[in-house]
Structure formats: C-alpha cells, structure tokens
Write a protein that binds this ligand. Structure first.
Ligand code: ADP
Ligand code: ASP
Ligand code: MG
Length: 423
C-alpha cells in the first residue's frame, strides 16, 4: 500500500463536471488500496478574479487581507471535491490550511512553508479517509492566513508529500507531462519521459509554468518523487501507476535511463519563455565604484528581484548606461524607488519597456559542450530577431528579445536544437 499525494490544477477543477472527473481519478487511485491526500487549486480564472477584487477595493492593498481574499478559491474547491467523493461512496474530508496546520513564514502573498503538522492527517488517511487539502494557503506564526505565491498549489502538494513521506506526488494538469517547450506554442514539442530536478528547476524559474519553481526546489531538497500528468483522460483510464506522465528524477536516475536506452542524452532539454519581465535602462550613471550598488540596494531592500543586468562600456566623462530587468508587476515600484534616489545614484534618465520577452534554453548537456550559445544566436539572427541582452548559468542561456517575436523565437530554437517531434 503506497501513500500518494495527487494535486489538481485550476483547469482540472473548473466546474462541477470537471471535479467529478477528478473524483473518479482519485477514487481509482484509492481503489488500489493506496492512502491518498489530494491537494486542489481554485477553479481556473478564480484567483485572477479575486486578485482583481482586491485591486478594486484598494490599489495599495494590505497583503494580509489580500491573502484572506485570494485563499478562498481553494476553500471552495476542496469542499466541493470532498462532497463529490462522498457522493461516489468514498470516505473523504477537507483539511483547510489552518486546520492541519500548514505553518508558513509571515511574508503574505509569497509565504514559504516551514512545517506541516501531519499526524492527524496521516491517521485519517490510514483509516481509509481521502484527505482533500486546499493548495496555496497556510498559516502564519501570528495565526493569520497566508498564500504561497501564484501557482503555489504545486508547492503545497510537494510540502504535504514531504510531510507525510509520500511514495509519490502526482501533479495532474491540462497537459500530459513536461514537454521540450510549451506545447501550446510548438505543436511539435515532445513529451519527456523524465527530466532532472536541476533542469526542471531552471526551466520553471525561466517561465515554464507547468510547475511552480519553489515546488521543484522543495522536491529536490526533500527527495520527493514528482510526476506530471494529465487529468484530461477518458473515463475508466488506468490510474497514474499505469499511465505515466513525466517523472522528475535525479541525475543518477537519468544516467540509468539513458544506459537502458529509455532516454536519449540531450544537449538541450527544453526551451522556455517569459513575458512577465520589464526592461529598465538608467542612462549616464557615473562609472565609479559603488554606483551599481546604489542602484540595486534599494531594489533588494524592497524585495524586487532583478534578473538580467548589463553595464555597458563606459563612455566619455566617466559615465555609463545600466540595463536590467525586473518583474513587470514590480516595475512601477522600482521606477518610483529609483526616481527618489536620482541624485544619490546620479543617473540622467530612466527608460522602461514592458514589451520584452526572455527566451531560455536549458540542458545539463551544456556543462560539457561548447557551441550551444553560438547556435542560439545564429538561429535567431537568421530570422532577423534582435538580441537585447544575454545571461547564462551553467545549464541555461537566456536572451531578451522583443515580445512580439516570442513565439517565432521559441519555434526557431526548437527546430535549431533538433527537438521537433518527427511526423
Ligand atoms: P495548473 O492549473 O494545472 O497548475 P498551469 O497552467 O499552471 O496548470 O501549467 C500547465 C501549463 O503549463 C500548460 O497548459 C502549458 O501551456 C504550460 N507549459 C509551459 N511550458 C511547458 C512545458 N515545457 N511542458 C508542458 N507544459 C508547459
Ligand atoms: N490558485 C492559485 C493561483 O492561481 C494557486 C494555484 O493554482 O497553484 O495562482
Ligand atoms: Mg500551475
């Protein structure tokens, strides 16, 4: 008898008919004799709707009250799934974040799970009751509701799996696995049998939203076996054990799969895009020690994540331009903070552009192979796509381009690295 966590995303939970499908999948898993905990998202579009209410009520909303509002979507779906399972004859109950509880740090709207009291949960699961847990929500030290950042139900699922020492954490979504790129952009994207934690972490962090970045980091740290698979399967389809999606594996497991001929060793595992960043250029910044620290310290203090950074070669009179990217949602705050410090930093103008995209290629094979970057630059230039900035890590290369060219760039690179599925 295995212990399984099953997580269902927003499209899987969108309406009572879809929830009935989910309940059937859960029932089939439990019917194998496994103890099951289910983590659910709000119905698709619901969290966006709730976020908008907060903005309308108060544009400078208090994050603690924002959490009270946005966490409610998952409360509805967890109750509905428990009700639907009961209607199918299963024993089931919901466990809200504060009832377990799921302890988090206090950072509202982007809280991190610290620990989960899983004793009562395990006891009820062992007694044959299917536990349904709303994703995305937790409880702060001072007893208030918190949320884990957008897409956070994936992290809730992995955290629950770690807490109950689950044999597997199955993430059910609207695609049947992790593909070489977003299958909604490239029809010839290929489903991967397995992806390493390291690659998945990098892919998620550069925009492949199929898993929330933090969920992958947590799974890697806690050694949780994560599988991504589709909830859009026919009635009567076999449970996940016989219908595998994409397994997230260690590098050693990947080596074994390659040796057995079940996976090909690839130079590039995936291509991701991110349209949610904005470019900021500060012109005529003094070219002297401390100038860059003066720019980035206030942004860091305001928890604004800066991603790509380019400091151009100094021009005359000891001045230079500094270009960087921030999340679009933080652009207005970043701009205001920098304007406030215009004299201390000593720049001339702030130029911003939200119509940019970041395209990234990821693969562990890059560690030992040269030429991945140059083929990326050549493939883009052959299609007339201009690169505005570049950043790299050991297993990733990212370029900033015009947002309108996103889909074209992803397709061109997918073909250039030989990732297209054969017809
Ligand atoms: P859920 O609501 O189930 O959490 P998400 O919308 O967060 O689902 O994530 C699933 C989506 O991720 C897919 O519909 C797909 O468009 C997108 N996606 C982006 N990159 C990839 C990729 N490499 N492989 C699979 N899906 C991807
Ligand atoms: N409902 C939340 C969101 O839309 C959390 C999740 O679905 O993972 O971001
Ligand atoms: Mg998601």
């Amino acid at each position: 008898m295995a212990r399984i966590v099953m997580k269902f995303g927003g499209t899987s939970m969108a309406g009572t008919e879809r929830i009935r499908r989910v309940a059937n999948i859960v029932r089939a898993q439990a019917a194998r004799g496994d103890s099951v905990a289910v983590v659910v998202s709000a119905m698709a579009g619901e969290t966006d709707r709730l976020v908008n209410f907060c903005r309308e009520a108060n544009p400078l909303y208090d994050p603690a009250e924002y959490d009270v509002v946005v966490a409610s979507g998952e409360q509805v779906t967890s109750g509905l799934l428990a009700l639907t399972l009961q209607a199918l004859g299963c024993k089931s109950r919901s466990w809200l974040g504060w009832q377990l509880p799921i302890h988090t740090i206090e950072a509202h709207a982007k809280a991190r799970v610290e620990s989960i009291d899983a004793e009562a949960l395990i006891a009820s699961m062992e007694a044959g009751e299917i536990a349904v847990i709303p994703g995305f929500q937790g409880l702060s030290e001072d007893g208030r509701i918190t949320t884990l950042g957008r897409g956070g139900s994936d992290t809730s699922a992995v955290a629950v799996a770690a807490a109950i020492k689950a044999d597997r954490c199955d993430i059910y979504t609207d695609v049947d696995g992790v593909y070489t790129t977003d299958p909604r952009i490239v029809a010839k994207a290929k489903k991967q049998k397995a992806v390493t934690y390291e690659e998945m972490l990098e892919l998620a962090s550069v925009g492949a939203k199929v898993l929330q970045t933090r969920s992958v980091g947590l799974a890697m740290k806690e050694k949780v076996r994560v599988q991504v698979l589709s909830s859009f399967i026919g009635e009567g389809a076999p449970p996940a054990d016989d219908l595998p999606g994409t397994m997230i594996v260690s590098e050693e497991e990947m080596d074994e799969l390659v040796e057995k001929g079940e996976m090909e060793r690839q130079l590039v595992t995936g291509i991701a895009h991110d349209k949610n960043e904005a470019k900021v250029i500060l012109t005529r910044v003094p070219d002297r020690p401390g100038a860059v620290a003066n720019i980035f310290e206030p942004l860091a203090a305001a928890s604004i994540n800066v991603d790509m950074i380019i400091q151009n070669v100094g021009r005359d009179k000891g001045e230079t331009d500094v270009t960087f990217t921030v999340p679009q949602s933080d652009l207005a705050r970043a701009q205001a903070l920098l304007e406030d410090r215009r004299d201390a930093i000593g720049f001339n103008r702030i130029i911003t552009d939200s119509k940019i995209a970041k395209i990234s290629v990821v693969g562990v094979g890059m560690k030992s192979h040269a030429g991945v970057a140059s083929s990326m630059f050549r493939a883009l230039s052959d299609r007339g796509i201009n690169i505005q900035a570049i950043s790299t890590s050991e297993i990733k290369i990212s370029v900033m381009i015009d947002e309108d060219e996103t889909e074209l760039a992803v397709r061109v690179l997918h073909t250039a690295y030989g990732l297209d599925a054969k017809d």
